[in-house]
Design a protein around this ligand. Structure first.
Ligand SMILES: C[S@@+](CC[C@H](N)C(=O)[O-])C[C@H]1O[C@@H](n2cnc3c(N)ncnc32)[C@H](O)[C@@H]1O
Length: 287
């Protein structure tokens, strides 16, 4: 590691990198292979400096003995949070056309319908669900619907709650949808999401690899778990699938990212083709 901005370099040895990645893997399910060394080292050095340490060892000893603030800071630094509004929009189509009508048909009248977006990163996905339903699902007026959004990265959850977005984040939205739900923020080039849409989503920090953490969400009818499992190894994927299965209502659905497949991870779910989309259903136990 070279010196930056005149500050002394903080070297990270191969053994230190390995020790850190094992600890980080146990905590988050995310496994950094050797090819990620440069990415991880740069962020590690920034975390060590920000926490006021001058070397890896002192920082790591505090971290591994359980220091929630240091752990939170390093998790926030290491996660990859890329997302945008109306990403993989065809799944929202499947939600309003197939999934919600089916789930509703099994629910007692008046019972709330709960949709969970995990991981939500900076909020584009759960807010997209809210906007999509406002735009495309007239039944919304008659249903008590709750959208919960979670991520392990607490800085992302704060950004999500603030509801201010870059042009890149809104690039895939139809112009009329963007105009309806966003206002330009001064001359910053940013867009501020309408308070009514922000009020549709409840954010809570949850780590999908920790069963106690996942249970805090309670039972949900639909889960969007997109573009998370790609960062996990097989063991963490299976753990996450087990935890999500547990909180999903019988007959409930889980939507994954387009490059992710539950069939390769867990036999618990039934793959269903709804129009162009493959989604995964928890058996309802009704034959
Ligand atoms: C690429 S974003 C996906 C966002 C959104 N679902 C999408 O598809 O656009 C991946 C997110 O997973 C979160 N994440 C990583 N490990 C996690 C874990 N163990 N539990 C919950 N969220 C996690 C990261 O913080 C990051 O915000």
């Amino acid at each position: 590691m070279t010196e930056q901005y005149g500050e002394p370099a903080i070297p990270i040895t191969a053994e230190e990198y390995t020790a850190f990645r094992e600890l980080f893997y146990r905590k988050t399910g995310i496994y950094f292979d050797d090819g990620r060394r440069y990415f991880v080292d740069r962020r590690l050095v920034a975390c060590i400096r920000e926490a006021g340490f001058t070397g890896f060892r002192g920082w790591y000893d505090v971290l591994r003995h359980g220091h929630p603030e240091l752990m939170e800071a390093v998790i926030n630094a290491m996660t990859v949070n890329e997302t945008w509004f109306y990403r993989e929009e065809y799944q929202f189509q499947a939600l309003s056309q197939h999934i919600l009508p089916e789930v509703l048909s099994r629910k007692k009248a008046g019972a709330p319908l709960r949709i969970w977006s995990i991981p939500c990163a900076s909020g584009e996905e759960p807010y997209s669900i809210a906007m999509w339903l406002l735009e495309n699902w007239p039944a919304l007026n008659d249903v008590d619907i709750e959208i919960i959004a979670s991520d392990i990265d607490t800085a992302m959850l704060q950004a999500a709650a603030a509801g201010v977005y870059t042009a890149r984040a809104v690039h895939a939205l139809p112009a009329e949808v963007r105009a309806r739900y966003f206002a330009a923020q001064d001359d910053s080039g940013h867009y501020v999401l309408d308070q009514d849409v922000r009020d549709c989503v409840r954010f809570m920090p949850i780590n999908v690899t920790d069963p106690d953490s996942v249970r805090q969400v309670g039972q949900v009818d639909v889960i969007f778990c997109r573009n998370l499992l790609i960062y996990f190894d097989e063991v963490s994927r299976r753990l996450a699938a087990d935890h999500l299965f547990e909180v999903l209502a019988p007959g409930g659905y889980i939507c994954l990212g387009h490059s992710e497949s539950m069939s390769r991870i867990s036999p618990l779910f039934r793959a269903r083709r709804l129009g162009e989309v493959i989604v995964y259903q928890k058996p309802s136990g009704e034959g």
